[in-house]
Design a protein around this ligand. Structure first.
Ligand SMILES: [Zn+2]
Length: 422
């Protein structure tokens, strides 16, 4: 992953256009470039502890958008560009792609920052900064932990780093579609000491949240309600929402199907870590999954190991249920579903459940749709489905459809066991 990102940024910066002749690219996404000045560099700590240099530039309009911050990706990029604070730089933006600094023109003059306007329309009135080298930090800008080098990247390894914690909370909230928990609230919860690790979210009370600045009783109640409703969670959702590097929603589903329960998974992790398992069955089991090799398997197991405390505490708060069967022969295989209205679980979670049982989830109603899953206050989709004669089902009917499969699977398992006994 690390290598891939680096290669892409290198390729782009070299101006290579892998598959398209230059005119085709220009036709589709006219690139626009502009000059500005590097004012300063902020070092931002991400969810996995990666520290990213973000260039703060004098406001500049590229492809109709005012740009004031541009990512420099990693210290390697800073090195490659040979860029310094106070340099005049060339920024390019292709279509909707995020803008990037592609070239250093040389030391900026006073005139290079004159007459510039912020995106909110106010005047940019900063002085030209002192010309200086960009200093790559040794310590985390947020928690002062010694940083480690990881390929082209630098990382904070402190799992309780406030920046990492904020990002972890946000990732959890976004993965589980918890409305009302955004960047600002995540920051407040951490800076007020209300949340010191992810599981603390589930100890929050309405009054904790309503006392925070800019939060009222109504939004606080909503946040707690959202958290309450996320307590029943499938293993695959749980694994992907933890934000372990290398394990996105798709792989999380495969891992959940392979290990079948959180208890099994943790057992495997412990066996591996205590070195009592000569066959290394943790890795062996994971590499049976399509798309997981030894490296990713270890990445997942390491990711769980350093989060073990968090996982165990979350386990105490949550009801982590197992998905039944692998994709190909799930009870819903061959059927498409569309989801609408308010349901007891998040749409994302239900979509996960349908997919892990072989069904397909689509975003709109057509006559090819097999089922519309409609919750409370369903609107135009429900109307459409009725008009088109698509079968409409409730959440409990979906549950029934899934239970049939679970029973069938149990029978099969029992039969196999009894055959083994003989
Ligand atoms: Zn840190």
């Amino acid at each position: 992953m690390v290598i891939k990102l680096d290669l892409i940024s290198k390729r782009e910066s070299l101006g290579m256009t892998a598959h398209h002749p230059r005119w085709a690219l220009a036709w589709k996404f006219p690139p626009e470039e502009a000059h500005t000045v590097l004012m300063d560099v902020d070092w931002q700590v991400g969810r996995t502890g990666t520290i990213t240099p973000v260039a703060r530039v004098a406001p500049v309009t590229v492809s109709g958008v005012t740009v004031e911050n541009v990512t420099l990706h990693n210290p390697g990029e800073v090195d490659r560009l040979q860029i310094a604070i106070g340099d005049k730089v060339k920024i390019v933006r292709r279509g909707d792609v995020i803008p990037k600094i592609v070239e250093v023109i040389g030391k900026a003059a006073k005139t290079d920052i004159e007459g510039r306007i912020h995106s909110d329309g106010s005047k940019f009135d900063e002085e030209l900064p002192d010309y200086s080298q960009i200093i790559i930090p040794n310590l985390c800008p947020r928690c002062d932990t010694n940083l480690i080098q990881d390929g082209a990247f630098i990382r904070c390894t402190n799992m309780n780093c406030p920046s990492r914690l904020e990002r972890t909370i946000l990732y959890w909230a976004r993965s589980l579609e918890l409305d009302g928990i955004g960047e600002k609230l995540a920051q407040q919860l951490c800076s007020e000491g209300l949340v010191k690790s992810l599981p603390d979210l589930y100890d929050l009370e309405i009054s904790d949240v309503s006392n925070l600045e800019r939060m009222g009783l109504k939004s606080a109640t909503n946040v707690i309600k959202e958290l309450e409703s996320s307590k029943q969670i499938s293993l695959s959702m749980f694994l992907s929402a933890l934000g372990i590097p290398g394990i996105g929603p798709e792989l999380a589903t495969s891992v959940a199907n392979q290990v079948t329960s959180i208890e099994n998974l943790l057992y495997l992790v412990n066996q591996r870590n205590e070195n009592i398992d000569e066959n290394n069955s943790a890795v062996t089991q994971l590499i049976e999954i399509d798309g997981i090799g030894v490296k990713v398997a270890n990445q997942i197991l390491d990711g769980l190991t350093i989060r073990m405390d968090t996982v165990k505490k979350l386990q105490a708060h949550l009801d982590i249920y197992s998905e039944s069967n692998p994709l190909s022969n799930g009870s819903l295989s061959g059927n498409t579903f569309c989801i609408t209205g308010t349901l007891t679980r998040s749409r994302k979670e239900i979509a996960h459940l349908i997919k892990s049982n072989g069904g397909k989830v689509v975003g709109s109603v057509s006559k090819n749709l097999n089922y519309l899953l409609a919750g409370e206050s369903a609107g135009s989709k429900l109307e459409n489905a009725i008009n088109l004669g698509v079968q409409v089902i409730s959440e409990s009917q979906l549950n029934e459809m899934l239970e049939i499969e679970t029973k069938a699977a149990n029978v099969e398992e029992n039969t196999q066991k009894s055959l083994m006994d003989f």
